[in-house]
Design a protein around this ligand. Structure first.
Ligand code: ADE
Ligand code: ZN
Length: 339
């Protein structure tokens, strides 16, 4: 199929984004604008020089630059502007629902109040619902390189906003920071009524995916690439309908896969797993959700039926209600019947 026809099909396909870090949507241009607004001296003299630094060989290379970039986020307005820019970009890509990560500890550790971060993001999400028609929810991630006590404190800070945070998650440096380190705080989050997700099997092994499921009792795995190493695990993910939120361009940029042709997405899809396509940190990895769809479509030779199934999975794997899921799934069937 001609590339442009597939691009058009992808663009119009209704889809949900389930794995995007709001701090990872900070485009270099906005980063510079906020640095000027907040009188913050940057290490790089120009946008171009900053962009040149976006060359990674592993997750930690990226995380160092990503946390440094987040320093320009200071006020509620900054968090609003960041989130509003993402939502407008998401709209262009046909995203109708987004479940968005934020990392409170990245900000509270610099003296920014939890409420400042939360209010800025959630006001933009409200405007996104009202002005752009994008439904959304928030997922609060704990940074796994920090101690569990810090995660407990963060959970405590989130409790006043509990009805506006759908889930807690786990991100940052995976190797050496297994899910088991956070078993107690995840158990507490569960009793508070939060849904649970965790990054696992991105750089870590399939054991981390198993731990996230068995010890943390997550509803969803973020990445989960390493699951492909273990047939029993793949069967369990399939039988229990535990989604994997895959991020192809991120995996390429961080050398989780050597090239896109080796990405496990198609094998997982054909096994029947609830795999979805997501953008992770699009400002750093060279593309938003449609670029991710196109990258796998081209490298793995996906057809329209497979792309439509990935879009269906994005709603099946979401934290939307069954009624909302049915409505979005209907819109995909309608779209496919006409395109
Ligand atoms: N934080 C932001 N992006 C991440 C990723 N890809 N893996 C782990 N932590 C992250
Ligand atoms: Zn991620």
């Amino acid at each position: 199929m001609a590339k442009s026809i597939l691009s058009e099909f992808i663009k119009g396909l209704p889809k949900a984004e389930l794995h995007v870090h709001i701090e990872g949507t900070l485009e270099p241009e906005l980063l510079f604008e906020l640095a000027i607004r907040n009188k913050i001296q940057l290490k790089y003299p120009t946008v171009e020089a900053l962009k040149k630094a976006y060359s990674f060989t592993k997750l930690q290379d990226f995380l160092d630059i990503y946390y440094a970039g987040a320093n320009v986020l200071q006020t509620e307005q900054d968090f609003y502007d960041l989130t509003w820019a993402y939502l407008n970009r998401a709209k262009e890509d046909g995203i109708v629902h987004a479940e968005i990560f934020f990392d409170p500890q990245t900000h509270t550790s610099r003296g920014i109040q939890f409420g400042t971060v939360f209010q800025g993001i959630s006001k933009a999400l409200k405007d996104g619902r009202e002005k752009l028609g994008i439904s959304s929810s928030l997922i609060m991630c704990f940074l796994r390189h920090l101690v569990e006590l810090s995660a407990f404190r963060t959970l405590e800070q989130a409790l006043p906003y509990k009805d506006q945070i759908v889930a807690v998650g786990l991100d940052s440096s995976e190797k050496g920071n297994p899910p088991s380190k956070f078993a107690d705080v995840f158990a507490k989050a569960r009793t508070e009524g939060f849904k649970l997700v965790a990054h696992a099997g991105e750089e870590g092994t399939e054991d981390y995916v198993r731990e996230a499921i068995e010890l943390l009792k997550v509803n969803r795995i973020d990445h989960g690439n390493a699951s492909i190493q273990d047939d029993h695990l793949m069967d369990a993910l399939n039988e229990r309908r535990i989604p994997l939120t895959l991020c192809p361009l991120s995996n390429k940029a961080l050398q989780v896969v050597r090239n896109m042709e080796e990405h496990p997405l198609k094998k997982m899809l054909h096994k029947g797993l609830v795999v979805t396509v997501n953008s992770d940190d699009p400002a750093y990895f060279g593309g938003y959700i449609n670029e991710n769809f196109k990258a796998v479509a081209n490298a793995l030779l996906l057809n329209k039926a497979e792309l439509a199934q990935l879009a269906r999975n994005s709603f099946e794997g979401s934290f939307l209600s069954e009624v909302e899921k049915a409505m979005y799934l209907d819109s995909i069937e309608h779209y496919c019947a006409n395109n």
